[in-house]
Design a protein around this ligand. Structure first.
Ligand code: PXP
Length: 248
């Protein structure tokens, strides 16, 4: 496998959102994880929110049992989540901000103001062998802080870039993309591994996939939405194809 290959992490949270709308067991996010894996996902991402609005504790137990690709466990920096992560020791832990009233992870983590607290928070996770990633905006202050606290990975929040694109605001979208480009290169120069995600679609993935410093994209909502129309396997295949084409 070439070193240039960009990894695709498929986020399965919204399979659980649909399941939970009826309170039963269908559709099963573990089945989606297996299909995504067979379709070429390099990893599975799942966010166990404090309010358990989509992924459940049992889903995380199940994913740890069945996956043959790495699990990227997204969580808020709380004692409860830290205990769960230390029990499972997933391949990667991505620390995200969480507000109960938000519909999705709206912004990046404020690392710069919480540096000491976060440094202590991630130390045991690192000691347990988890790759710790911090989900942040394309902001040099936050990248410097993530570096200082000992994170190995940052994931850059692509939501603003994608939102402006969807709203038909090309100048604003281009400005956000430029910040992502510059900050990918900056983070890489510090020795951080760079990931990116949030809101990516077939229309927005390629410019980000083309940044040579970005090693992984985590994509969920669009792929699960697209799976309704064309099935999860073709949806993942098309995303993979676009990523590879952008990278070539
Ligand atoms: N990366 C992180 C850190 C996220 O919190 C999310 C959303 O849960 C994603 C990627 C995927 O975003 P989307 O579902 O919009 O593709």
């Amino acid at each position: 496998m070439s070193d240039n290959r960009l990894r695709l992490g498929v986020n399965i949270d919204h399979v659980a959102t649909v399941r939970n709308a009826r309170g039963g067991a269908y559709p099963d996010p573990l089945r989606a994880a297996r299909i995504a894996e067979e379709a070429g996902a390099d990893g599975i991402t799942a966010h166990l929110r404090e309010d358990r609005r989509h992924i459940s504790d049992a889903d995380i137990d199940g994913l740890m049992d069945i996956l043959s690709v790495p699990l990227n466990f997204e969580m808020a920096a709380t004692d409860e989540m830290q205990k769960i992560a230390l029990r499972h020791k997933p391949h990667a832990v991505c620390i995200v901000p969480e507000k109960r009233e938000e519909r999705t992870t709206e912004g990046g983590l404020e690392v710069a103001r919480e540096e000491n607290k976060l440094a202590h928070f991630i130390a045991p996770l690192r000691d347990a062998g988890c790759r710790v990633s911090i989900f942040i905006a394309a902001d040099q202050r936050q990248i410097d802080a993530a570096h200082r606290i000992g994170a190995e990975v940052i994931e850059l929040h692509t939501g603003a870039y994608c939102d402006f694109h969807a709203e038909g605001k090309p100048d604003e979208s281009a400005r956000e993309l430029e910040a992502l480009r510059e900050m990918s290169a900056y983070a890489h120069s510090l020795g951080l591994e760079v990931h990116a995600g949030h809101g990516l679609t077939y229309d927005t993935v390629q410019p980000v996939a083309a940044f040579p410093e970005v090693r992984e994209l985590n994509i969920g909502h669009f792929l699960i939405g697209e799976a309704i129309f064309r099935g999860l396997t073709p949806a993942v295949h098309e995303m993979r194809r676009l990523m590879d084409e952008a990278r070539a």
